[in-house]
Write a new protein. Structure first.
Length: 134
């Protein structure tokens, strides 16, 4: 595994099964970076426990927060802004081509000249939308 995966495992130490913990321990014995990361996590945990000793959340707080996160509607605003950015990219690619071509050129030639740029922008926009749906 890559060290980033082990760092993620270190962050979820309490949720790991025994085989994952053994694999993580084996990696920590040979990887100095991950061992230092574990020590930094232990230090941060100890400092946080000391700073917030005696403070407890009310019963049901964690469940209420998780429920609110799961039921919160997803905003479409980032997708609208993404669409505006792609339209701006299309305009930024098409307008210079239009200015460079002679004015007597047929609109068909203009479309042919701009088609690759538009196709690329639409393809990239479509794939960013697929990532949003995933």
């Amino acid at each position: 595994m890559i060290c980033l995966e082990f760092e993620d495992l270190l962050l979820r130490w309490e949720d790991l099964d025994e085989s994952a913990r053994q694999a993580l321990d084996a990696h920590l014995s040979v990887c100095e970076h991950c061992a230092e990361f574990r020590e930094a996590l232990r230090t941060a945990d100890a400092e946080l426990e000391q700073a917030f000793a005696g403070i407890a959340a009310r019963p049901g707080f964690e469940a209420a927060v998780l429920r609110r996160i799961r039921t919160r509607p997803v905003s479409i605003v980032p997708e609208i802004l993404d669409g505006i950015a792609w339209l701006s990219l299309c305009a930024g690619l098409v307008l210079p081509v239009r200015w460079l071509l002679p004015e007597t050129l047929s609109p068909i030639y203009l479309g042919a000249a701009c088609a690759p740029a538009l196709a690329l922008a639409l393809w990239l926009g479509y794939h960013s939308l697929l990532e949003f749906d995933a």
